[in-house]
Design a protein around this ligand. Structure first.
Ligand code: COA
Length: 373
């Protein structure tokens, strides 16, 4: 039987950053403007004034210190409060394609491969910037890859679901190797005027190369020992944007056309589901939590990750066991656990076990158990 191996990873990090103080300063300036402009209604009691945000709250509630973004200025303009990412002509590469190419090239270089060695590209991410042609086909062309490509979306779990699709393709012989790419422009779907969530997301793109075991030199990469996916419908993380609401009656600017969530409910409902999925996945592979050297968890909330790790291990995990990239990147949706994997895998030695686990809207959970070759 053909076995699948992760042989390389890549990361594109937008150079611009916004720290919590800068984000809060812009938000609070927006709040002041809003309250001034609606002074009469607020005084009459028909409209509630907006409350200011605070950098201390953000770090304590989430563990986020700053985020990388495609465009700083638009987000930090209190009169605008969203990134300015100009539309490109059909003759130019899309923004997601540009991000993807950087991450893919790094993944190929890490694996010592070139475009000719790849048979498929899966773009797996939360928000695609257009309906079609698939961004993945554009990336395929930009990289000079033959074969096939497609887009898929399972929100924050897109990359792990993509990894399972890639492993399946390699194992059943439909591709020799597959690139799974997650160009996440989360700042495009975040409501920067919403106090409860304006701090949550950042932008980044990851890439993973999955190859046949027989093609990868001994000692290189990670064996994929197993994947497990789980979904359960919930409205607690939702975004109603789509081509059926183009801004006429539906009002494209309405808050439900951006990211909305019941953060507390998500925390309470998803954490136990994730811990259970990880534990039962390990058990099905005859592995125990104490066998794990590392957990590369989805990066949405530090407290949530600590709780999940505690449930799985039966004790607190340290930062070496469950690395954190949330402080630097914020939540980058499906890219988060892969950024952690990309940045914290080189110190593992042959035989070391780890688990990549994502979770998010759907609800969706993706678990991938790997072993250093
Ligand atoms: N600045 C200051 N205070 C704020 C604030 C802000 N930006 N946003 C909320 N608050 C206040 C609230 O008004 C509330 O005040 P109250 O107690 O007086 O009512 C208090 O802080 C607590 O708010 P709450 O929303 O309950 O915070 P929390 O501790 O649950 O943290 C999240 C919020 C979103 C960080 C957290 O719930 C979370 O991360 N959940 C999981 C989200 C997740 O994984 N989503 C997946 C997305 S892909």
């Amino acid at each position: 039987m053909i076995k699948a191996v992760i042989s390389g990873t890549g990361l594109y990090t937008p150079p611009a950053t916004i720290d919590n103080d800068e984000l809060v300063e812009a938000y609070n300036a927006y709040v002041e403007l809003y309250n001034q402009r609606n002074g009469e209604a607020i005084e009459q009691g028909t409209l509630a004034p907006l409350q200011p945000s605070s950098a201390e709250f953000i770090e304590k509630a989430s563990g986020i210190k700053r985020r990388h973004v495609i465009d700083r200025e638009g987000i930090l303009d209190p009169e605008r409060m969203c990134p300015r990412i100009p539309e490109r002509s059909n003759d130019e590469p899309s923004v997601q394609c540009d991000m993807a190419v950087v991450a893919c090239k790094e993944a190929l270089a890490q694996a010592g491969r070139s475009a000719e060695d790849v048979d498929a590209v899966i773009v797996a991410c939360s928000n695609l910037q257009r309906a079609y042609p698939a961004i993945a086909v554009e990336v395929q062309q930009a990289m000079g890859i033959a074969g096939f490509a497609y887009d898929m979306n399972v929100a924050c779990s897109s990359a792990t679901f993509g990894l399972q699709a890639a492993a399946n393709a390699v194992e059943n012989g439909t591709a020799r190797s597959v690139l799974v790419v997650s160009p996440e422009i989360c700042s495009g779907h975040l409501n920067f005027t919403d106090r409860d969530s304006h701090f949550i997301f950042g932008d980044a793109c990851t890439a993973i190369l999955v190859e046949r075991e027989q093609d990868v030199a001994a000692g290189n990469g990670f064996d994929i020992l197993g994947t497990r996916l789980k979904t359960q419908f919930s409205n607690n993380i939702r975004n109603n944007f789509g081509f059926l609401n183009r801004g006429d009656e539906e009002g494209v600017g309405k808050p439900d056309k951006l990211f909305v969530q019941q953060g507390r409910k998500v925390f309470k409902e998803v954490s136990p589901m994730v811990a259970e999925t990880m534990s039962s996945h390990l058990e099905s592979l005859s592995l125990k939590a104490e066998d794990l050297r590392r957990m590369w968890l989805h990066q949405a909330n530090l407290n949530m990750n600590q709780l999940i790790a505690r449930r799985v291990l039966g004790r607190d995990a340290n930062r070496e066991e469950a690395p954190v990239i949330l402080d630097e990147y914020a939540n980058t949706s499906s890219a988060g656990s892969i950024i952690a994997f990309h940045q914290y895998k080189e110190d593992l030695v042959s035989g070391d076990l780890g688990i990549i686990c994502s979770f998010g809207a759907g609800y969706s959970i993706g678990s991938v158990v790997v072993r250093r070759r």
